[in-house]
Design a protein around this ligand. Structure first.
Ligand code: ZN
Length: 239
């Protein structure tokens, strides 16, 4: 049988039989796939399957199901599994990535892995990491807001508001229902949307700007995906 190589992250594990695990894997070249891993829960097994581990897999395929032949761990992101808030955040991020996989042609897995790395090993505020990921994945899904100038008149000065439907607006064009955005939020949005994946977390903002940015990014991705994620509801209860 032909062997298939893929790098992926395990987003769900379900035990079956005496020592087997069925995994959902977000794989770079294959999308969202189900992978059966035989014997991994037996004492003799050298392979440990853990939620949110990133690994290089060698797979074989029968029908729609892939079977794991080999797994080389890239990063287990241990700190995520040791903290309930981080774990819940990772759950929500991977739910978004699963949906994005079907529409986006950009590298969703890379964005997810970068964010997992940040929430595991950096002291970046978790709310801020969530917001950055939400607006960046929206961009990758084809929902990039217009931010270069006012969507109504084209003026690049005096940007003070954000219309969820379209993008930023200037002082003269803002309407009731638009989100007022402080200059710091506007600057942060520009930074996140214009930077490469690896740089998007390297900025700092005041608590006030952070609060507004987080509110806006969550509202934006929820509106665009038209999804009500249970993982987000749960996360908001504990965050
Ligand atoms: Zn305007």
């Amino acid at each position: 049988m032909e062997s298939i190589k893929a790098r992926g992250i395990i987003t769900k594990c379900r035990d079956f039989g005496e020592s087997n695990t069925m995994m959902t894997v977000l794989a770079d070249n294959l999308g969202v796939i189900s992978v059966s891993a035989y014997g991994v829960r037996s004492r003799k097994s050298k392979t440990r399957v853990r939620l949110f581990s990133c690994a290089d897999f060698v797979l074989s395929k029968k029908g729609d199901i892939y079977r794991m032949e080999q797994m080389d761990l890239v990063d287990a992101f241990f700190p995520i599994c040791e903290d309930i808030t981080k774990l819940s955040l990772a759950n929500y991020l991977s739910d978004l990535a699963k949906d994005a996989f079907s529409t986006a042609d950009k590298d969703i897995l890379k964005l997810l892995l970068n964010t997992m790395y940040v929430i595991s090993y950096k002291d970046t505020d978790l709310n801020l990491a969530k917001a950055v990921y939400e607006i960046k994945i929206a961009q990758y899904m084809g929902y990039e807001p217009h931010i270069a100038s006012c969507v109504t008149c084209g003026n690049a000065e005096n940007i003070v508001a954000f219309d969820i439907e379209s993008g930023v607006k200037c002082k003269n064009c803002q309407r009731l229902g638009d989100y007022p955005i402080p200059q710091g939020v506007y600057e942060a949005l520009k930074f996140i949307l214009q930077k490469e994946d690896s740089k998007i977390f390297s900025f700092s903002v005041s608590d006030e700007v952070k609060k507004e940015l987080c509110k806006l990014c969550e509202k934006y991705i929820t509106d665009k995906t038209e999804r009500n994620y249970k993982s987000l509801d749960y996360l908001k209860k504990i965050m």
